[in-house]
Ligand binder design. Structure first.
Ligand code: ADP
Length: 408
């Protein structure tokens, strides 16, 4: 009993789903409307509907063609091809409108065109039919439909003309804006680059002078004065690091990267040499756990990415913990995923996206020194190499930063 009830319930739900689909889809709704209208017409006006298909005493067109197979073939094949092409064109158009109605302006106009084209197609199919059967009444009514669709489309087209011109103008204006915006962006990037570049030279002077002051006058200076000069030197070092990272970041944005096969192992080893000092200082251990397949990328960018990820993995560990970093690769289809896993402080779920934004840091400079540009560089560099970057982490247990590139 229970089984029967659930089967009945399932059938009801399926019917309900079908009805909802029919009613919500405009194409199915129109089809349904036509079927219902035809059914009603044949019920209400049965004689009229039967009359549509009558041939009376008329002769089929083949008689006019004197049943000559060549001329019959010429007309029938041409009409069939034209009719089929019309049907193809209008169904493609209807599919496009159905899929992208929100993005196509005046999409109802395309539907009107589609209706006009498909009714034209049917008039050609009727030409084929009437070669052998004199269903001229039906052919005439199909022409009436075609005439109605053509006239309606023609009338609807006129008011559209000024709107289309307005649309073309709007597109031109937004294209102009896009070009201007691109030029302004390029100018801004160039500006950021030269500002960062030019700031370094006065900064060097500040660093040099603070050093000279301590060396030459240190013995004669009071403890407070010495403390102040120390702070000047620290601040200028930090500013130097910031400018260096900003330059690296804007360099990645400004320059196109040549992509090609890159030896991942070589890039990894080069990145490790950049970090030799940090690794030596912290006593970090970096282990490689799998083979390094070749990837498609850019050697300089990939080295920069790996150096940034390794440097963070070594840096963000709780005080007193020896950093332990595992590097391994995973191959999936056409891509290679390179994972850098650490035993560090981890990152809370809600921060995992924002850390890739420039200047975004989760800790003070005294807890963990840095500029907040490293991961922004990683993300930009991965975009340049058509790759991806991401992070998995458990707070307090460590993080795994991964990058993905195409296999060479
Ligand atoms: P920086 O290292 O100079 O602070 P990044 O852009 O490299 O800048 O990183 C941004 C922030 O993301 C860091 O300040 C840190 O809070 C967090 N972070 C990055 N890597 C790790 C990691 N391996 N473990 C924990 N936190 C990390």
């Amino acid at each position: 009993m229970l089984g029967l009830a659930s089967v009945f319930k399932g059938t009801c739900v399926a019917k309900q789903n079908l009805m909802t689909k029919l009613v919500s889809n405009p194409f199915l709704r129109s089809g349904l409307f036509i079927v219902i209208a035809a059914g009603l017409a044949s019920l209400l006006f049965p004689e009229f509907v039967q009359g549509i298909f009558r041939a009376d005493q008329f002769m089929p067109h083949a008689t006019c063609y004197l049943r000559n197979p060549k001329i019959i073939f010429l007309h029938v094949s041409s009409d069939l091809l034209i009719g089929s092409a019309y049907v193809c064109i209008s169904t493609t158009q209807a599919y496009l409108v159905y899929k992208a109605s929100r993005d196509i302006p005046f999409h109802w106009m395309f539907l009107a065109f589609g209706l006009f084209i498909i009714t034209c197609g049917f008039t050609h199919f009727m030409e084929v039919w009437t070669v052998w059967q004199a269903v001229y009444w039906l052919a005439g009514y199909v022409k009436v439909l075609c005439a109605a669709a053509s006239v309606a489309t023609a009338i609807a087209l006129f008011p559209l003309v000024p709107k289309v011109f307005a649309l073309i103008n709007a597109v031109k204006v937004s294209e102009d804006r896009r070009v201007k915006l691109e030029a302004a962006n390029r100018e801004l990037e160039g500006f950021a680059y030269s500002v960062a570049h030019d700031l370094r030279s006065p900064l060097r002077t500040i660093q040099g002078m603070a050093g000279a002051l301590q060396e030459d006058c240190g013995p004669r200076m009071e403890a407070t004065a010495l403390q102040y000069t120390d702070r000047i030197r620290d601040a200028s070092h930090r500013m130097d690091a910031l400018i260096r990272d900003m330059l690296a970041y804007s360099q990645i944005i400004r320059t196109e990267a040549d992509l090609g096969p890159v030896d991942l192992r070589a890039a990894f080893e080069e990145a490790q040499t950049h970090l030799a000092a940090d690794v030596g200082q912290s006593g970090a251990e970096i282990q490689v756990h799998s083979a390094f397949p070749g990837v498609i990328g850019n050697r300089i960018l990939l080295t920069q990415v790996l150096a940034n990820l390794l440097s963070n993995a070594v840096k963000f560990v709780p005080a007193g913990v020896r950093p332990s970093v595992k590097v391994f690769t995973k191959e999936a289809g056409q891509t290679v995923r390179i994972c850098v896993q650490d035993n560090g402080i981890g990152i809370a779920q809600e921060h995992r996206e924002k850390i890739f934004r420039i200047f975004e840091r989760l800790h003070s400079n005294t807890a963990y020194p840095g500029t907040g540009i490293g991961l922004a560089i990683v993300e930009r560099a991965m975009q340049r190499m058509n790759g991806a970057v991401g992070c998995e982490s458990t707070l307090g247990k460590g993080s795994c930063f991964w990058i993905e590139l195409l296999k060479a």
